[in-house]
Design a protein around this ligand. Structure first.
Ligand SMILES: *[C@@H]1O[C@H](CO)[C@@H](O)[C@H](O)[C@H]1NC(C)=O
Ligand SMILES: *[C@@H]1O[C@H](CO)[C@@H](O)[C@H](O)[C@H]1NC(C)=O
Length: 459
C-alpha cells in the first residue's frame, strides 16, 4: 500500500520533490533500539558522489508516517559527535489525498569531490510508534509490542548495500515475510542484509516482540524552577500527568487476582514503581499525589524511586508531583553589575520515556528584569510574566515560561539559560517585606494581648 502510493508519487513529480541523483549509497547501516518506550534509530551512511562536480547537499528521506513522530534529530560527520552537520527539514506539499509519502532532512556536508565517499551519521528518536499486540491481556500474561516500520532503507538515491539491525528485543517474530527477506537472529539482535535497492524502494516491516516493561508516557509535565538569591537555593517542582500505554487488562482489575499474582505482576506490563532523576545533591525531596504525601519513596542524592498507591495498568493515568531543592551556587553566575545568568537543565525526568507536552517555568526573584533567554532546543513558545507567591508584594516573581512538545528524556543533557538584572535594591526588598509583615504581626499580637489583658483584668 505504502509502496504503491510512493510509486504514484514519483510519477507525479508535481507533488513530490525528487532530489537530483548526485549520490549513491555505498552502505546504509541502520540500527534500531527497541528497548525503551520510544524508538532510537541510528543511520550510518557511507555515500559516494557520483556527479561530475563537487557536491555538498545530501537529502535524507524519511517516510511520512515516521516524519510526524520524530522527536529529536542529530546529524554528524563520520562518528564524531563534535562534528555536527547543519540540516533543515524539507517538507513536501501535501496536495495529494494521502499527503506526502517522504519528507527530507536536507544535510549540508563538506564539499565531496566526484567519486569520493563520506560517512554521515543520522540519529533520530521517534515516539508513539510502538503498540501492544494484543491490546488487552490477562494480569499474568506477558506483553508483546508491535513495531511497524520498513525493512529496506528507504532512500532518495540508489543503495548498494543496506543493513538493518534490530536491538533490545527478545522473542521477536516477523508478521509478514512475504518479501522473502529474512532476518538472522544473533544473541543480541535481528539482522537483515539487503543489496541493490532502487531509489524510494521499500518494504514494510511488522515486528512483534516481548517487552516485559510498562510503557510510561508523560502526557504533560509542568516544571517549575524557583531561583532564590536570599535562600541560596534552586527549588524544583514537577507536576506530572502520565499514562501507561502498555497492554490493558482483559477483564478489568481485580484486587484478588492482583494479590494472588503479585510476583508475576512485578515483571510485567503494570508500573509498580517509577524511577525519576533529580539534580545531583538534591535535598528536601518530596512526592505527592491527589491524596497527599506518599510515604513510599526512596530518595538518593540524584534519583528518587516512587511507588504509587496502586499499580498503574495499561491505559491507566497517574498524576503526581515531585519536588526537591539544590544549592543555587552551581547554577548561578554573576556576569556584570547586578547582572546574572542562571543555567538549568531542560529536564530531569523519567528514564526511557517520551513527553508530549512540557512547560518549563523559571521563577526569578521579585524585581528581576529578564535580559535574555537561551534554550538549546528552540521552544515552541516563550513568555515572560509574573507570579505572586507568599510574601510577594508588587508584581511578584518574574517568570519565564518555555513551552515544548514531543520530547524524550535524553534532552535532559540540554539546558536553558536565563540572563537577568537583579539589583541591590531588589535584593533588599524581600527581607524588608518580610520584616514589615513580622512587624505588623507583632503589633497585632501586642494589641491582641493587651485586649486580652484588659479583659482578664475586668473579671
Ligand atoms: C512525606 O513522606 C516522607 C517519606 O516517608 C516523609 O519523610 C515526610 O516526612 C512526609 N512529609 C509530610 C509532610 O508528611
Ligand atoms: C490528571 O490531571 C488532569 C489535568 O488536571 C485531569 O484532567 C485528569 O483527570 C487527572 N487524572 C487523574 C487520573 O487524576
Amino acid at each position: 500500500m505504502r509502496l504503491l502510493t510512493l510509486l504514484l508519487c514519483i510519477v507525479s513529480t508535481v507533488v513530490c520533490f525528487v532530489p537530483p541523483q548526485t549520490w549513491e549509497n555505498v552502505v546504509v547501516s541502520r540500527a534500531v533500539d527497541l528497548s525503551k518506550s520510544y524508538v532510537l534509530e541510528e543511520y550510518a551512511l557511507q555515500v559516494r558522489n557520483i556527479d561530475s562536480k563537487p557536491n555538498g547537499v545530501y537529502y535524507f528521506a524519511v517516510p511520512n508516517f515516521m516524519y510526524e513522530k520524530i522527536s529529536t534529530v542529530s546529524v554528524i560527520q563520520g562518528k564524531d559527535a563534535f562534528k555536527p552537520l547543519e540540516y533543515e527539514f524539507v517538507e513536501q506539499s501535501s496536495d495529494s489525498a494521502n499527503g506526502p509519502v517522504v519528507n527530507y532532512i536536507k544535510i549540508q556536508t563538506p564539499p565531496v569531490a566526484p567519486k569520493s565517499t563520506l560517512l554521515v551519521t543520522v540519529v533520530l528518536t521517534v515516539t508513539n510508534v510502538l503498540e501492544p499486540l494484543p491490546a488487552k491481556i490477562g494480569i499474568t500474561e506477558q506483553q508483546s509490542l508491535l513495531f511497524s516500520s520498513f525493512k529496506k532503507s528507504l532512500s532518495a538515491y540508489h543503495t548498494k548495500k543496506s543493513l538493518l539491525k534490530l536491538k533490545g528485543i527478545t522473542e521477536a517474530k516477523e508478521l509478514n515475510e512475504a518479501d522473502g527477506i529474512k532476518g538472522e537472529a544473533t544473541s543480541k539482535a535481528l539482522v537483515y542484509e539487503m543489496e541493490d535497492i532502487s531509489p524510494f524502494e521499500s518494504s514494510p516491516l511488522s515486528l512483534l516482540y516481548r517487552h516485559l516493561k510498562p510503557l510510561m508516557k508523560v502526557n504533560k509535565l509542568k516544571r517549575g524552577i524557583w531561583v532564590s538569591h536570599w535562600g541560596d537555593s534552586l527549588q524544583f517542582v514537577e507536576e506530572y500527568q502520565t499514562t501507561n500505554e502498555a497492554a490493558g487488562l482483559e477483564s478489568g482489575f481485580s484486587r484478588a487476582d492482583y494479590m494472588m499474582n503479585k510476583e508475576i505482576v512485578t515483571s510485567s506490563h503494570a508500573a509498580l514503581a517509577l524511577e525519576l532523576e533529580m539534580e545531583d545533591g538534591a535535598f528536601d525531596v518530596y512526592y505527592t499525589d491527589l491524596v497527599g504525601n506518599v510515604s513510599t519513596s526512596l530518595a538518593l542524592s540524584d534519583k528518587i524511586f516512587i511507588r504509587p498507591r496502586f499499580p498503574i495498568y495499561g491505559g491507566w493515568h497517574y498524576n503526581f508531583t515531585v519536588g526537591w531543592t539544590n544549592k543555587l551556587g552551581n547554577y548561578l553566575k554573576k556576569v556584570g553589575d547586578d547582572e546574572y545568568t542562571v543555567k538549568v537543565p531542560l529536564l530531569n525526568g523519567i528514564p526511557g520515556t517520551s513527553l508530549d507536552d512540557v512547560e518549563v517555568s523559571v521563577y526569578l526573584p521579585e524585581g528581576s528584569q529578564v535580559v535574555g533567554v537561551e534554550s538549546d532546543i528552540p521552544p515552541e513558545s516563550e513568555e515572560v510574566g509574573y507570579e505572586l507567591s507568599y510574601f510577594d508584594l508588587g508584581n511578584g516573581h518574574t517568570r519565564v515560561t518555555l513551552h515544548y512538545s514531543n520530547l524524550i528524556d535524553s534532552v535532559k543533557q540540554l539546558s536553558i539559560l536565563v540572563k537577568y538584572k537583579y539589583g541591590f535594591r531588589e535584593f533588599m526588598t524581600k527581607p524588608l517585606n518580610v520584616a514589615k509583615y513580622v512587624f505588623i504581626a507583632l503589633l497585632a499580637y501586642l494589641a491582641l494581648s493587651k485586649v486580652d489583658i484588659t479583659l482578664k483584668a475586668k473579671k
